[in-house]
Design a protein around this ligand. Structure first.
Ligand code: PSU
Ligand code: MN
Length: 330
């Protein structure tokens, strides 16, 4: 009835007007409170380019101190290319969009003591006042909630090998299916089943575009043997395909050739790490961090150097896409 609707609207207005300025005033009862850095909320309100960044890559994806160095450099690259960086994490139970240097340091030193937080984990990390490093799925969700349309990472999660039996399929893929954010990555690692990952993205209705190539890249290497249905050659092209379809778009940027690690070195390390994971019964959300760390050890750090180089390259492309998108919207 209209009286009930009006009471509800009054209640929402009351709740909204009692939230501090930096909190997103989501017009929903029980809305999740998100702390947005002043610089980020200013850029958003002026329609200026912002690039969202995840934090599991800091806590679980790289060792200290390279994780901190990389996080700072990635933010600097985003700035140099005209956008405001917004690293996302949950600190003491508060989802934060845009971190200070001290907060980045805190996450980097917490490392795997921070909770790996996928979308399903947001509720309990917030409720228990925990420190959560957000994965692609959780970061996309929070970015979208505050209105950031562009997000940069290294690699997304996907369908694990033998996923047709274990059903271990990253929630990154379902998030892409329902959250309208453009995700810039270097493809997925061959620790995963790449063809099935692409099949699953098709099922989810996600446009997968490759940047300046027709092939989906495999993180450490430029090629996976899988073709994509859409190719983009400029940030403007990419900004143009960000239609309002309600789904995410995945933009796969191949690792710069000079930084790619030789395919067979990586592949043999991956095979060994997968075997160890099976023998030690490492499954669920522990599997990806285990494989990343083992592959890095087994390649004597070569994979870490590649990883850092590709994340920086993605940040550069992402900042340009965010800038092109902001111009389109003017
Ligand atoms: N792949 C990488 N580096 C990473 C991750 C994946 O090459 O750091 C992280 C990302 O945060 C990604 C998450 O969202 O792992 C996926 O984990 P899972 O497979 O448990 O869904
Ligand atoms: Mn999983």
């Amino acid at each position: 009835s209209s009286a009930a609707v009006s009471r509800l609207n009054n209640l929402r207005r009351h709740l909204d007007s009692n939230l501090p300025d930096t909190t997103i005033k989501a017009s929903r009862l029980n809305a999740i409170k998100v702390k947005v850095a002043a610089e980020v909320s200013e850029a958003l309100s002026l329609g200026r380019p912002v690039v969202a960044l995840e934090s599991t890559i800091i806590s679980h994806g790289m060792p200290y101190p390279q994780n901190l160095e990389t996080a700072k450099q990635v933010e600097a690259i985003v700035r140099e290319n005209g956008a405001i960086p917004a690293t996302i994490a949950i600190l003491d139970g508060t989802p934060c969009v845009g971190l200070t240097i001290e907060e980045l340091e805190r996450l980097a030193t917490l490392g795997t003591k921070a909770q790996k937080t996928a979308r399903r984990d947001i509720a309990h990390v917030v409720a228990s006042s925990g420190n959560g490093a957000t994965t692609v799925s959780a970061s996309m969700f929070l970015a979208s909630l505050v209105g950031i349309p562009v997000f940069v990472t290294g690699g997304i999660g996907g369908v694990h090998r033998h996923g047709e039996h274990t059903m271990d399929i990253s929630s990154d893929l379902t998030e892409l299916g329902r959250t309208p954010v453009a995700v810039i990555c270097a493809g997925v690692k061959s620790i995963l089943d790449i063809p099935r990952t692409l099949e699953y993205l098709e099922t989810q209705g996600v446009c997968v575009a490759a940047y300046k190539t027709n092939e989906f890249p495999a993180f450490f290497t430029e090629s996976s043997g899988c073709k994509v249905s859409c190719r983009v050659d400029t940030p403007e092209d990419e900004a143009n395909i960000k239609l309002n379809l309600g789904t995410g778009v995945l933009i796969a940027v191949p690792i710069p050739r000079e930084h790619s690690t030789s395919g067979h070195i990586i592949e043999s390390a991956i095979q060994k790490a997968l075997k160890e994971a099976r023998e030690n019964k490492i499954t669920g959300n522990a599997e990806t961090p285990f494989l990343l760390a083992r592959v890095n050890e087994l390649t004597g750090g070569a994979s870490l150097a590649s990883n850092i180089a590709l994340v920086k390259n993605n940040a550069l492309v992402g900042a340009k896409i965010a800038t092109a998108l902001a111009q389109l919207r003017e």
